[in-house]
Design a protein around this ligand. Structure first.
Ligand code: SF4
Length: 289
């Protein structure tokens, strides 16, 4: 068997990790749902899944068979996956709680909290590009305080990963008007998957900030000579030349005799002046006074 690497994890290693997690879920006693379940339902799908669907909890059929989304809602999910160009085999499907709440009641906050580490570990192992929450309870984990009626079909980056909130497929079965809305949301998934790839490839925000800070710091120490364009390694060595006065042409003609007079002056007089000037820079003494 050829095993290829994925982010440093071989397929065989991923399979071992997910099997280990499934074994833990199947014998878990961390919350009261363990007492009423027939089978725990860890989840199933591809270890290389690019999309992970997260529902609320197993229903009657799922509890009986130990598999997620196999009842009527599961059949609708199959239709929705096909709309998005996906299949059960190419995705990974799981729930917020792995055991069925009695009479299909909503999962309690403490049950969701007790079960959360399993979901987090699944996300870590599968490492999907895109997470799709199905229903209010899985939505609340990734989009706390939001309303499903307002954010369904919208994607946001949560912890560096693109997440989309969708209605639960069962909602489309109970309310016919929602079924078309759910289908329309699933049609957007291919676009979200492309966007998810871009998000995964982008460096994390802290790395971007670090790079901007480095670039700004570097810019402070790189100064270009505006006359030659050359990079000056040390700002201190560049002293801009004083701007040359633009003398009008007629003034230049009038000053010509003065220039000629300066040229004719004895060289000794010039050097004497120059030496005196140098001395005045060098040191001031009483001889200069
Ligand atoms: S719902 Fe989760 S935490 Fe509760 S018993 Fe089942 S696996 Fe354990």
């Amino acid at each position: 068997m050829v095993v290829t690497a994925q982010g440093g994890n071989s397929l065989a290693r991923l399979a071992l990790q997910i099997k280990d997690l499934e074994a833990q879920v199947k014998t878990c006693q961390l919350c009261r749902l363990a007492k009423t379940r027939t089978n725990a339902v860890p989840g199933e799908g591809s270890l290389r899944a690019e999309v992970m669907f997260i529902g609320e909890g197993p229903g009657y059929h799922e509890d009986k068979q130990g598999r997620p989304f196999i009842g009527a809602a599961g059949h609708f999910l199959d239709e929705l996956l096909a709309i998005a160009g996906l299949s059960r085999e190419s995705a990974y499907i799981t729930n917020v709680v792995k055991c069925r709440p009695p009479n299909n009641r909503d999962p309690n906050p403490d049950e969701m909290a007790a079960c959360a580490p399993y979901l987090e570990r699944q996300i870590e192992i599968i490492n999907p590009r895109l997470i799709v929450t199905l229903g209010r309870y899985s939505m609340s984990k990734f989009f706390p305080g939001e309303r499903i009626s307002q954010i369904h079909g919208q994607a946001r980056i949560v912890d560096g990963r693109l997440c989309v909130a969708m209605y639960h497929p069962a909602a489309g079965l109970h309310q016919a008007s929602l079924a078309d809305i759910i289908r329309a949301d699933f049609r957007k998934l291919p676009v979200f998957m492309e966007e998810a790839q871009r998000v995964l490839m982008a460096p994390p925000a802290e790395v971007v900030e670090e790079r901007i800070a480095e670039a700004e710091a570097a810019r402070e120490f790189v100064v270009h000579n505006p006359e030659t364009g050359a990079v000056l390694e040390n700002v201190a060595i560049y002293t801009p030349a004083p701007a040359a006065a633009e003398a009008p042409t007629d003034l230049a003609i009038n000053t010509a005799p003065i220039v000629e007079e300066m040229k004719a002056a004895p060289p000794a007089a010039k050097s004497k002046k120059s030496a005196a000037k140098k001395d005045s820079y060098r040191q001031m003494s009483f001889f200069d006074l």
